[in-house]
Design a protein. Structure first.
Length: 369
């Protein structure tokens, strides 16, 4: 996936609105997540510990009392980078994987995990010298609660360790990704937040994969907002009689998702195929004779392919000025995000807040399973 170069902002750019000054009728997503993490702090590991944006986001994590950030890399290099930025590293854990007391154990565990794939001990040791692999082993071993990678490496380099090491969720077999779009005013979706999938991983998902993507995305949306997911499978037609393969795929994915949700007892509304305006605008839905619990009220949008999803969210991000958090990896049993190399420090902090809140038990957040 083509990305822009890194964008570095001053630490002040990370300042979040004081929740006490936000009108009671609406609070955007990030302040809500921050409040929850202050009550239930989490440990987040950042494989690219010397990156200026990571350092700035980690400082905010400590300052706002959200838990412990763990920064991987050469300790001297991290401290030098922090000094140049005037970032205080107090409250952060700095770990050089090659010097860690866990290194040998992680090598042995990874070699055993991948032995049936032909991995040898020497290859396992080389992998653990890669900060992304070491961070993923920390996540798998519950030494950290969530992982943020991708700030300086390609998407494939950040994702490969996660897909090789972290097990899938019970209800899904497909790992993918979602992007959260959030507005400061409540306009659409879940009080101004929309969940879009899959924007980063699978170029041409099948109907079965789309069903997995929809279920995993809906589960995260509900966990973060405690609202009922209303899933719309998007197409260029709404409830048409067309039998074009692209339309038929979304129609089939709708049925498969309903069956998965019913079998797993997962609360969500699902409909498709829908054009995006009929999914989001009640007036358009009525005009097009599209009825149901999702029409005009969708808060989870499932795209037919990676191209349309990636183009769609970036258009909204640039033209509508929406806050964006992601890519959040879905379908895995542990929370992780693969951020863009063009991400700002604020984007890093937002993605960390999302995956940190994913790691909080739902019963602690809402008092319900």
């Amino acid at each position: 996936m083509t990305r822009q170069g890194p964008s570095i902002r001053r630490e002040a750019a990370l300042t979040l609105p004081d929740p006490r000054r936000i009108v009671a009728a609406h609070m955007s997503l990030l302040p809500k997540l921050v409040e929850r993490l202050q009550r239930h702090p989490k440990r987040v590991v950042f494989p690219e510990g010397a990156d200026p944006r990571i350092l700035q986001a980690a400082r905010q994590w400590v300052t706002r009392r959200l838990g412990a950030p763990i920064l991987l890399g050469d300790r001297a290099r991290i401290k030098e980078a922090a000094a140049r930025l005037d970032v205080n590293t107090a409250g952060m854990r700095l770990i050089d994987p090659a010097q860690s007391e866990d290194f040998a154990g992680f090598v042995a565990q990874f070699e055993a995990l991948r032995r049936d794939k032909g991995l040898k001990a020497g290859d396992a040791e080389a992998a653990m010298r890669d900060n992304n692999y070491f961070a993923t082993m920390m996540l798998a071993a519950s030494q950290v609660d969530a992982l943020i990678g991708g700030a300086t490496v390609s998407a494939s380099s950040a994702l490969r360790p996660l897909f090789q090491i972290i097990p899938r969720l019970e209800h899904v077999t497909t790992a993918s990704s979602l992007m959260i779009l959030d507005w400061d005013e409540s306009k659409v979706g879940m009080d101004g937040s929309l969940f879009l999938a899959d924007c980063s991983v699978i170029p041409e998902p099948s109907a079965e994969q789309l069903a997995d993507i929809a279920v995993a995305t809906a589960m995260i949306a509900r966990h973060l907002t405690n609202e009922l997911p209303r899933v719309a499978f998007l197409s260029y037609a709404s409830k048409s009689a067309l039998d074009h393969p692209a339309v038929a795929k979304m129609r089939a994915a709708t049925g498969l998702t309903r069956a998965k949700a019913a079998a797993g007892g997962l609360p969500m509304e699902v409909d498709g195929e829908l054009q995006v305006d009929a999914a989001l605008d009640p007036h358009v839905a009525e005009t097009k004779n599209v009825a149901g619990a999702v029409a005009g009220r969708a808060n989870v949008l499932v795209f037919p392919d990676l191209a349309s999803a990636n183009i769609g969210f970036k258009l909204v991000q640039v033209l509508a000025g929406a806050n964006t958090f992601g890519q959040i990896i879905t379908g895995l049993s542990r929370p992780a995000a693969e951020i863009s190399r063009g991400a700002s420090a604020h984007d890093v902090f937002g993605a960390a807040a999302v995956v940190g809140c994913q790691a909080i038990d739902r019963r602690l957040l809402y008092g319900t399973p």
